[in-house]
Design a protein around this ligand. Structure first.
Ligand code: NIG
Ligand code: FE
Length: 421
């Protein structure tokens, strides 16, 4: 007989009932149940709602009880944009930036992404795995239960495949769900630079030698391109993404981060699952997103870490009706954090999103961005029991207490994957 677990004693259960995608006013309707309970069996949610109602079920009476002591229960965070696998921090560049060098200046001098590429190529699988496993522990400790992970610090056939096979291995060996994205087109690697057709030659290599291996090995679900000044043009991005789509991959784009290139319009045209960053979008881009199913993923950790004052126009995007999601963009160059709670704080303070909107953007709309909103992102009957419990009485206190980890317990598919000691 299977064991049921009754999670009870929650001051609030934030259900996000009604699923996704959430646009406009619906983003703030997060379904807060005071004195709520969740009944779990075989990794799935059997019932969720007011405690008295859930407790009336026969199954609840015989279930193992888990009293969360007046804390707040949320769906696990769905972090839909991370660069999980890299070899080292870039703390030395952080210091240069504080002293006045810009992200793009550092990149032009061979730092930035190429700095991380050098280190990743030199690192062993074991070293990379150890670092990624520690990061995954941190994600879990902050309440994340599903995350997307991109390649993009390899930039040659063997190193890109090394990252993606490692992601596949980690997916099987640890409890968090990892969704893989191929980002071979992160920037043009050093060995292809300095020739007028270097970028095109590199794209050819990606299309002819790497993409087929990615598909045969079932190594990625999505293909992403960094379409920006200093990376790839809209024309180059179109070529690669069209090819990836033919191979059956779904698409995402790094769009309008450093400059406005038209990448958002491209994402909408190609029906990409998401386009991410969006600091430089214009009104036409916002209208295009609002009419589309492409998720607008905002990454305020980047602007915070780079010390930039120009955050994405979250209010305009929400009011226009775009599907807004939030993610960490965990990476060594622009956003070295694994904490969705700090992203919520930044979203509230800098993007002027309300705590409710930020939570919906970090859960159900993140799930939409990863094509998984039928399984995760809200606490509803039949969905996976992916949830996190926070050491607060009111959900608004999660972003309110900034820079603190108040996550008390994280559950993935009904199993406790992290607990505060
Ligand atoms: O999402 N913008 C491109 N890629 C990353 C940064 C990568 C890096 O600097 O290492 C981002 O911000
Ligand atoms: Fe990124």
């Amino acid at each position: 007989m299977s064991e049921s677990v009754l999670i009870t004693g929650a001051s609030q259960v934030v259900t996000l009932r009604g699923g996704g995608p959430r646009r406009g006013n619906a983003l703030s309707k997060i379904g807060v149940v005071e004195d709520g309970a969740v009944l779990v069996r075989d990794g799935k949610i059997v019932a969720v709602g007011p405690r008295a109602q859930v407790e009336r079920r026969a199954e609840a009476k015989s279930a193992e009880k888990m009293d969360v002591g007046g804390r707040v229960v949320l769906p696990g965070f769905v972090d839909s944009h991370t660069h999980l696998i890299h070899a080292a921090s870039r703390a030395e560049e952080y210091e240069l930036k504080i002293q006045g060098a810009s992200y793009e200046e550092i990149a032009r001098k061979g730092g930035g992404i190429l700095n991380s590429v050098k280190k990743l190529r030199a690192a062993t699988r074991e070293e990379l795995k150890r670092r990624a496993a520690a990061s995954l522990g941190e994600f879990a400790a902050h309440g994340t239960t599903t995350l997307e992970a991109k390649s993009g610090y390899g930039l040659d056939v063997a190193s890109e495949l090394k990252i993606l096979t490692l992601q596949k291995q980690l997916k099987e060996e640890q409890p968090l769900e990892i969704v893989s994205t191929f980002l071979g087109a992160h920037v043009v690697p050093a060995e292809f630079r300095g020739k007028p057709d270097g970028a095109d030659k590199y794209l050819e290599l990606l299309m002819e030698q790497v993409l087929p291996e990615v598909v045969v090995g079932d190594l990625a679900e999505y293909c992403d391109v960094f379409c920006d000044r200093g990376a790839f043009t809209v024309g180059q991005s179109t070529k690669l993404l069209t090819k990836a789509k033919e191979h059956g991959l779904a698409l995402r784009l790094h769009a309008e981060q450093l400059s406005r290139t038209g990448a958002t319009q491209l994402a909408v045209e190609l029906e990409a699952a998401s386009c991410d960053h969006l600091e430089q979008v214009n009104d036409a881009d916002i209208r295009a997103l609002a009419r589309s199913k492409t998720v607008a993923t905002l990454l305020p950790g980047c602007d915070f870490h780079l010390g930039l004052n120009k955050y994405a126009p979250a209010r305009k995007l929400i009011e226009a009706g775009a599907i807004v999601a939030l993610a960490t963009d965990y990476n060594p160059g622009t956003s070295p954090t694994m904490s969705m709670p700090i992203v919520l704080s930044l979203a509230c303070n800098q993007l002027r999103m309300t705590p409710a909107e930020a939570i919906a953007a970090a859960t159900i709309n993140g799930a939409v961005a990863l094509g998984r909103d039928n399984k995760i992102g809200s606490l509803e009957e039949g969905k996976q029991a992916d949830l996190a419990v926070y050491e607060v009485e009111d959900y608004r206190e999660i972003p309110y207490y900034f820079g603190m980890n108040l996550c008390w317990m994280t559950m993935k598919g009904g199993e406790i994957v992290w607990m505060k000691d």
